[in-house]
Design a protein. Structure first.
Length: 363
């Protein structure tokens, strides 16, 4: 890594505080990037569905009769009533308003008294579908019909994750932890994307999970790849078997720009972050924890509780303080600490992340 010729400054405060910037992100960046929708275990069987929201748009996923996972805008093509809510199973998608019904493929099936409509062409009416990919069992959608595939955005990530979590296709969610934060979603992502603050602010994570002195983060397409070693076994906050496989003693994280991250804790334990922007100064962070078949595990439950009580709680205080500071008239965006050698005390990853943010705002 080459040292920059001049200081690289953090983003201007308005990028985190201006409602117009947030509105532009909803209509631009968040609508034209790959966003997490759910897990394939939520749509195991034909007709299983769940509703969700991306970039202010109401959508739903459903498994069709051919076994494919599809995603549609959650709106009837007749008079715009929402079609489904929550989760469930259906043979047809039936609008609650006037009972227009759609096949699981999105094609219109029928509706009351449609024969009375002159020249009615049933074949011309179907639900609007959105780009959908299944990535290691996780469902992602992109509202941009011309978006490049995930493999283009995030090169090598799927291959690497399968090496770190060999049983990933058998995993299902065990626990979801909802963490509201009173800050802009990018403040939270910034905080996640550097470990410059870890030793001072995350003692349990830094002393009982990883070795901070080995921590580094490097760009990989539109992915930030975090790597480090596990803490000494006698200091680990949970038991691991280093002989289980070659990555059992490693920690790795793949942050997928802009709002999702896969993490693998030592012991090949998969967990995830998902940022759901709510308002210019509000975000909900969803932490997911997974086991084979979703079978209960005292170790994973304990880790989820430990994370919520320590790292997550510590981060809430940090990011909410930053959001308050960004509203201060006394703040001028400072220089990032970029060490050509990388490492835990460098913010080179933040420089890459904020370059993507600037490019998104400019578009």
């Amino acid at each position: 890594m080459n040292a920059p010729a001049a200081p690289v400054h953090a983003l201007d405060a308005r990028c985190y505080t201006d409602p117009e910037v947030f509105a532009a992100e909803q209509n631009g960046l968040l609508a034209r990037s790959w966003q997490f929708a759910g897990h394939v275990s939520q749509v195991k069987d034909t007709g299983d569905y769940f509703a969700f929201e991306i970039a202010g748009q109401n959508l739903f996923c459903v498994r069709d009769r051919e076994g494919a996972v599809r995603a549609f805008y959650n709106v009837c093509q007749h008079r715009a009533h929402e079609l489904v809510s929550g989760t469930g199973t259906c043979n047809l998608i039936v609008c609650p308003y006037h009972a227009w019904s759609y096949e699981l493929s999105g094609a219109l099936r029928t509706g009351p008294n449609l024969k009375a409509v002159p020249g009615f062409d049933r074949g011309s009416i179907r639900l609007m579908e959105v780009r959908t990919e299944t990535f290691c069992g996780f469902i992602f959608v992109n509202l941009d019909p011309d978006a490049e595939p995930m493999a283009h955005w995030f090169p090598d990530v799927e291959r690497e994750m399968r090496a770190y979590v060999p049983e990933i296709d058998m995993l299902e969610p065990l626990e979801w932890v909802e963490i509201p934060e009173r800050c802009n979603w990018k403040v939270s992502v910034d905080n996640y994307s550097e470990c410059y603050h870890c030793k001072r602010n995350h003692p349990t994570f830094a002393n009982g999970v990883i070795k901070p002195e080995t921590y580094d983060i490097q760009p990989q397409g539109y992915c930030l790849r975090h790597t480090t070693e596990c803490q000494n076994l006698d200091r680990m906050s949970y038991p691991i078997d280093l002989d289980a496989n070659r990555h059992a003693g490693d920690y790795s994280s793949w942050y997928l720009w802009p709002a999702f991250s896969f993490q693998v804790y030592p012991g090949n334990i998969l967990n995830t972050y998902h940022w759901r922007p709510v308002a210019v100064d509000r975000v909900v962070v969803w932490r997911g924890w997974y086991t084979e078949g979703g079978v209960d595990s005292d170790v994973i439950r304990g880790l989820a509780a430990q994370d919520r009580a320590t790292t997550a709680a510590e981060d809430i205080r940090l990011v909410e303080s930053v959001q308050r500071g960004l509203n201060s008239r006394g703040y001028k965006a400072g220089p990032l600490v970029i060490d050509p050698k990388g490492g835990v005390n460098s913010e080179h990853s933040l420089a890459a992340l904020q370059r993507w943010m600037r490019e998104a705002v400019a578009r």
